[in-house]
Ligand binder design. Structure first.
Ligand SMILES: [Zn+2]
Length: 171
């Protein structure tokens, strides 16, 4: 249980600390707890998931996790994974990198966020976003990267088609 006032104070404190905007957004999909728009330096929180019934630790963890994604973008860590470009606009090579690094990038984010929790909120336990999804590794490698895999497959097929067409025209 977390009161609106406590939530507001946490959001204000962390927004100042990370130089970001932190807002609730009820248009987020129901399985998305929170999201980060790195170009806007904005964290959006899903009020349907992060209700007043979640623990303070979980609420703070969700924000710190997204702030760690911003940190990666700012410092160029796991650069392709943190690119603000749409998956559609990525090259085949970039999509492969995105998929191959997703799990490591999310682990890095979790370690970073956990460290911030220890320093900023001693005594509050970090809520491991992916640990809570059973085997997080499997989830990230399948569900989380499913869209990227689809886009990659489509682009690969398109590339093969193009190659065939070229062969026909030039051969
Ligand atoms: Zn994440």
């Amino acid at each position: 249980m977390i009161t609106p006032r406590v939530r507001r104070n946490i959001m204000r404190r962390l927004a100042r600390k990370f130089d970001m905007r932190i807002v609730f957004d009820k248009t987020l999909e129901k399985d998305t707890e929170a999201a980060c728009s790195v170009e806007d330096r904005e964290i959006t929180l899903n009020p349907k998931v992060l209700t007043k019934h979640v623990s303070k630790g979980r609420f703070i963890s969700a924000i710190l996790h997204e702030a760690a994604h911003q940190f990666c973008y700012d410092t160029g860590v796991f650069k392709v994974f943190h690119s603000p470009r749409a998956l559609e606009d990525m090259t085949i090579k970039e999509l492969k990198t995105y998929i191959a690094t997703a799990w490591r990038a999310e682990r890095f984010v979790e370690v970073t966020a956990r460290r911030w929790m220890e320093v900023m909120f001693p005594g509050i336990t970090y809520w491991d976003v992916y640990g809570s999804r059973g085997s997080g590794s499997v989830w990230v490698r399948t569900v989380y990267t499913a869209e990227a895999r689809q886009v990659l497959r489509r682009k690969q097929l398109r590339a093969i088609d193009k190659e065939k067409r070229n062969e026909r025209e030039n051969g």
